[in-house]
Write a protein that binds this ligand. Sequence first.
Ligand code: PLP
Length: 438
Amino acid sequence: MEKLVFRTIPGPKSAEIIEKSRQCEPPCSVDQTPIVWDHGQGVWVWDVDGNLYIDFTSGVLVSNLGHNHPELVFAIQNQAPRMMNCYSFPTPERVAAAYRLKDMLPSNLDRVFMLSTGADATEAALRIARRYSGKQEILGFYGGFHGRTYGAMGVAGSMSTRRHFGVPVPGGIMAPYGYCYRCFYGKTYPDCDMYCLKMLDRVIESTSSGDLGAVIVEPYQGTAGFVFPPEGWLKSLEDWARVRNVLLIIDEVQAGFGRTGKMFAIEWEDVHPQLLCLGKGMGSGIPASAVCGESKVMECMKPGELSSTWGGNPLASAAVLAVLNTMENQKLPENSRIMGEYLKARFMEMKSRFPFIGDVRGKGLVLGIEFVNPTDQFTPLPEITHKVVMGCAEHGVLLGKLGLYGNVIRIAPPLIITQAELDVALDVFEGVFNALSS
Ligand code: PLP
């Protein structure tokens, strides 16, 4: 087992490269721990100063297989000399990857269109939904995030996506998500009886022109701070949409590929969307995404109405095939569920001892921990969240930080992680939380 020791952050080489970056790269990306990554292996990452970290970010929920998984590396090395890109001509690799994916999905989702980024997939889904339904309005949720493009912005409820960017693409209608810890209606679950869903018709009555064609939703909200709606919420939303003849688009760009302890998060409640967006873990490091859907919906798109220079290229497709095979052969969704239960139980126990931990939530290897003022157990504490992120990094655990109020740490290690590796990181959390308590 690798040993983690204290280090000063940033180290001298990291500091030098970060300074160089400031001279030529705009500071608009996500607020990160100030280190420069050099290389990785499995759940471990080394920075350019030679410091070792256990990666609890999976590189923004991408490296589900861990860094540089040998089977993925082999597939890429094998494919690169044959063919890397050929625009939209079908290739054996693309068609094989599409079939492999289709076979893993609920049977109603029998068409797969491969793209490169998560935003590609959500934009394509929005386009298809408008074309198929012939309607202009799409319902999205407060706190929702579907990418940094303009269509996605119009149905997003995240401040950094909308604020200061003017009028979004028209047709977006927004409603509160099932964020029980901070209920938008001030209710308490389960007494609320999912009041937020009951209010959906009122929201539509008040804000729609009568042209609602689709609803887009994340199974859990990633950017909002790993916000999980209560059990049954997504299924009830599916029912709501079906009764009203509204297409259901599920954005699993982040939640898919074993992250929540099932291959796809929709499996938890047997939800059947008409369109499903996938990305991130699909290539486990190689850009790959897809919009999948029911044939009758997808086939409304005529030749030339949806295309991509890079989508489904043979290199990415070979990578996707390797990822899907490895996920199944190594039962990674199952490992994610089992390790996630262990991790969550340990954090729940810490919550009972550290009053600045307000909420611990999640499923599989995706947990959000919300830091709050101990006196009211509610007021967000972004300062302490920052100290946790920095303290953990100084002791060798890399974390993400986000949330609507900047007070959530995002715990998302690669799905190959073992209990012994989790214990190494949990010792670091204990130490950092103890130091913050004293
Ligand atoms: N949808 C969701 C739910 C996401 O979390 C993200 C990215 O974080 C996206 C879409 C956009 O993906 P990308 O950054 O690959 O465009």
